[in-house]
Design a protein around this ligand. Structure first.
Ligand code: ATP
Length: 298
């Protein structure tokens, strides 16, 4: 649905987005993750022609994004970038009517969008009296009303309470089930992890990882835990080659593959250190994400 080649944006002499090759498959929920300032918003704005790329190419729905194709392509894309777009002094219904006129939509399209985000009972209220979650849902209804093939959402869960976050997650899954491809950004893995079928992780404007959750897990090497009667000495001996730290009576070693683990065990045995157990720690996806982003010094 979205393919970019070497997409880049430079402000001054700073590359904010650098050599990005995005692959967003049709029909997926693509979770676009990265710490604050990593370039997610800038990338999404380039996809929407709100920011001009410094380099690279964008293909959406199999067609290059150019001046000649932009209007038509954008007609198939719904988006929510930064704060919710509605006017506070108007009611939800009045805001939806504005969008309807602007995009020449049918009554049915508007009704359906409002039903999807479950705002039917709040349409007569002024938007300034909406909660943040309701404002986000109205923004989503505005993006959905045109029945887009692609939905691009920048941090839609930002600032929401757990119930609001759950509501957005549920909505995105439903929208994707109905056939719309969704690209959604967040700086918190936990907020979109279970909703996203494909993940793209950005750090300092570069793609650190792109693939499924299983593929992300497969790339990670869980810590090795060594139980021993002499943890201090074992940690000191292994610290020379590996990141090791004491965890009570256990030495925790990071980044060891199977061969390196065998090397460490053999070293400790050679030094007459009694080993009671060696095992791999279990990891959450959050750990993997943190490892990946911290590794690159973000
Ligand atoms: N118009 C601009 N001029 C100069 N620098 C900019 C401009 N827009 C963004 N930046 C810088 O580019 C970097 C990436 O910003 P961007 O908003 O794309 O990141 P982000 O990953 O979306 O982060 P956040 O979650 O904080 O929005 C930031 O350091 C930001 O200060």
């Amino acid at each position: 649905m979205i393919i970019t080649h070497d997409l880049g944006k430079t402000y001054g002499n700073r590359a904010v987005v650098d050599g990005l090759d995005l692959r967003v498959p049709e029909g997926c929920v693509y979770g676009f993750l990265g710490p604050n300032g990593s370039g997610k918003s800038t990338t999404m704005k380039m996809l929407l022609s709100l920011v001009r790329p410094t380099s690279g190419e964008i293909h959406i729905m199999g067609r290059p994004m150019r001046r000649s194709t932009r209007r038509e392509l954008l007609g198939h894309i719904g988006s929510l970038i930064e704060s919710p777009p509605a006017y506070g002094h108007l009611t939800g219904r009045e805001n939806m009517r504005l969008v309807q006129r602007l995009l020449d939509l049918t009554d049915n399209q508007v009704t359906q969008a409002v039903r999807t985000v479950r705002l039917r009972d709040h349409l007569e209220k002024k938007v300034r009296d909406y909660s943040l979650g309701m404002k986000q849902r109205l923004g989503l209804a505005m993006a959905l009303a045109r029945e887009p093939r692609l939905l691009i959402l920048d941090e839609p869960t930002n600032g929401l309470d757990p119930a609001g976050i759950e509501e957005i997650r549920r909505l995105l899954t439903k929208v994707a089930d109905d056939g719309t491809t969704v690209m959604v950004s967040s700086h918190l893995l936990g907020e979109i992890d279970r909703t996203a079928t494909v993940l793209g992780i950005l750090g300092n404007g570069r793609m650190l990882f792109q693939g499924t959750r299983d593929e992300l897990f497969a790339r990670s090497v869980p810590d090795v835990l060594v139980d021993t009667s002499e943890p201090q000495r074992a940690a000191a001996l292994t610290a020379r080659w590996h990141t090791s730290r004491l965890d009570g009576a256990t030495v925790r070693l990071s980044g060891l593959d199977d061969k390196a683990t065998a090397g460490v065990v053999s070293l400790l045995v050679h030094e007459d250190i009694e080993i009671h157990g060696v095992r791999r720690d279990s990891q959450s996806l959050e750990d993997v994400f943190m490892d990946l982003t911290e590794e690159r010094g973000l």
